[in-house]
Design a protein around this ligand. Structure first.
Ligand code: DGT
Ligand code: CA
Ligand code: CA
Ligand code: ZN
Length: 587
């Protein structure tokens, strides 16, 4: 898979570089191709080996021109076009554009005027007051950029799950191909699906540890080897994240997996239970005296400790240990029957090329159907988000006609492409909450929509009181069904706005407003502790992807993991319901 990632990254950088230079069309073309290659199941190199240039052209969103560039890269390991542009603009685009407020156009300006190539250059210039003199800049934007840099640094170098999970899966897939690797698992915070990740923890079962560690340290991702033993390796990857590897024999796989999954607090508590029973628990097994009484599976270990098996996402010592003990004793108050990764039937927040999304309504609906959804709401932005071309009432009416057309086209097929029921496209919008809590679309137009999500996209700095009241007023609107991404945070980039979540949850209960778990890996908003609060208050939620392209519709698991970590069952999440019942839960 590594080739796919390399190629996707180059195509993405090319897109950004064309955007920097204000070249029309090309940015979009390269960006789409990049996403398509990144989300490809097959290895591009294999595709090419089997079917040549034709096979490359068969990749969605990859035309002849891009196919030829990929071919060039596969043959020579380089792309001339990329090298040339990179020579002209030797800037670290990926790093710079990860700072809030910095986009391709600004990067261009920063380089041409101030020769800024890296975030370190940028910080120096901002601190020296050099940015404010640039066209369309000013002291305010300069301060914003400095804040963005600081915020990123405060993240303490933790990676978003959205970055760490694909990296760890790519490595896992490759490790699995080694003949002597019997089992491979990613443990630690990745297995718990935590929203940010400190380092990656790999566990491999093998009778030939040397072969595994040899392979591991030679992977192209590895930048530095900290330590290397027979069964234990620690490295730094080029992406900047560290990775630990443990190689264990089959007979202690469960013990090792248990040891390296639960967070430390969970592990300490479980160990105490073992000690109370007169046992000893470590990464090699559960021992009575010298006798190893459970080690091969996690389930067996928990069972011998008198516990049911808690799902990895819940192993945080937040009550799951007591619940697992009660459950094993057949007492009430056991572990929840967690919502599963296949339980969603629809997605309620998606954007299309009608505003800032990349794909058409029809493309989004087809992809959602492939995923197995029964419904998808199209919720493009509205008028006051002018930079996205947000809809006004007229545009919403036009969009409604297009949705009717596609729905009719789909029902004329008599069954979905995958053989199931036709997907139903719902009319929706992501409406902006104005300063006073009013909305930027009139009520008459909102009443015509199937699903209305309201969201804050401006004035993030209001006082807690003002922000909370503003949001609650919007929730009181009888047309507002869902509060989208309730705190507005963007992981490692933007703090949540100051809002009283207890009051929001109470208002949700009172007004019958659904709260969203925005599962976009950069948002994960609500976060787990707020989901817990909402669930305990009996407030219903939805899990959405906030997709801006067909590939982002696949982000389901991130939101579901948040809900599992907060002990949610299917009942708490209403887009597990069939369409009719789902609609019945809205205002
Ligand atoms: P991270 O990497 O900061 O996102 O979080 P984790 O939980 O992956 O932490 P990490 O990589 O330090 O440790 C991996 C696993 O090893 C973790 O799930 C729990 C376990 N572990 C770490 N330190 C200890 C310890 O001192 N005692 C016990 N019992 N387990 C530990
Ligand atoms: Ca870790
Ligand atoms: Ca670790
Ligand atoms: Zn958007």
């Amino acid at each position: 898979m590594a080739k796919n990632e390399e190629i996707a990254k180059i195509l993405f950088e090319l897109a950004e570089m064309y955007e920097m230079q204000n070249i029309p069309f090309k940015p979009r073309v390269f960006e789409r191709a990049s996403e398509s290659v990144a989300s490809l199941e097959d290895d591009v190199a294999d595709l090419y080996k089997e079917g040549g240039l034709k096979a490359l052209e068969g990749i969605p969103s990859v035309g002849r021109g891009i196919a030829e560039r990929i071919e060039e890269y596969l043959k020579t390991g380089e792309m001339k076009e990329y090298n040339q542009i990179k020579k002209k603009f030797p800037v670290d685009i990926a790093e710079l554009s990860s700072i809030d407020g910095v986009g391709p156009k600004l990067i261009n300006l920063l380089y041409t005027k101030l020769k800024i190539r890296t975030v370190a250059d940028l910080e120096k210039a901002a601190k020296g007051g050099k940015l404010r003199s640039l066209p369309r800049m000013g002291a305010k934007l300069e301060a914003k950029i400095l804040k963005g840099i600081e915020f990123k640094r405060e993240g303490g170098g933790r990676f978003a799950l959205g970055e760490a999970l694909p990296m760890s899966r790519a490595i896992k897939d490759r490790l699995l191909k080694i003949t002597d690797a019997e089992e491979v698992e990613v443990a630690g915070s990745v297995r718990r699906m935590q929203e940010t990740i400190g380092d990656l923890d790999f566990l491999v079962v093998s009778g030939n540890p040397k072969k595994i560690s040899d392979y591991f340290v030679k992977m192209p991702e590895v930048a530095h080897i900290y330590a290397r033993g027979e069964t234990k390796v620690n490295v730094r990857l080029k992406s900047g994240i560290d990775a630990d590897l443990r190689i264990v024999p089959k007979k202690s796989f469960g013990a090792a997996l248990q040891y390296f999954t639960g967070n430390k607090d969970h592990n300490v508590e479980v160990r105490k239970i073992a000690i109370k029973k007169g046992y000893k628990l470590n990464e090699y097994g559960l021992f009575r005296g010298k006798k190893n009484i459970a080690a091969e599976s996690e389930e067996e270990i928990y069972k011998k400790l008198g516990m049911s098996l808690p799902p990895p996402e819940m192993r945080l010592n937040l009550g799951e240990i007591e619940a697992a003990l009660r459950q094993a004793q057949g007492k009430p108050g056991g572990l929840p029957n967690s919502i599963g990764y296949d339980d969603l039937r629809g997605d309620l927040q998606t954007q299309t090329s009608w505003t800032d999304g990349k794909n058409s309504i029809e493309e989004m609906a087809r992809e959602a159907e492939k995923i197995g959804h029964e419904y998808i709401a199209i919720t493009d932005h509205t008028r006051s988000l002018a930079m996205t071309g947000g809809s006004d009432e007229k545009k919403l009416a036009r969009q409604a006609k297009e949705i009717d057309r596609v729905n009719e086209k789909f029902s004329a097929r008599g069954g979905s492409a995958s053989g199931g029921k036709n997907i139903k496209i719902l009319k929706g919008a992501e409406v902006n909450i104005m300063k006073d809590g009013s909305l930027d679309i009139d009520d008459e137009a909102l009443a015509k929509l199937d699903v209305v999500g309201a969201a804050v996209h401006s004035l993030f700095n209001l006082t807690k009181k003002e922000q909370t009241e503003r949001i609650i007023r919007a929730m009181e609107n009888p047309n507002v069904d869902i509060l989208f991404h309730p705190t507005g945070r963007v992981i490692n980039r933007r703090k949540p706005y100051d809002v009283d979540m207890e009051k929001i949850i109470k208002a949700a209960k009172r007004t019958g407003t659904i709260l969203e778990i925005d599962g976009h890996p950069w948002r994960l908003d609500l976060k787990d502790e707020h989901i817990r609060m909402a669930r305990e208050a009996g407030v219903k939620m939805v899990i959405d992807t906030d997709a801006h392209s067909t590939s982002e519709l696949h982000y389901l698991e991130y939101g579901i993991a948040q809900a599992r970590r907060a002990w949610c069952t299917k009942k708490d999440i209403i887009n597990t319901l069939p369409l009719k019942e789902f609609l019945g839960m809205l205002k």
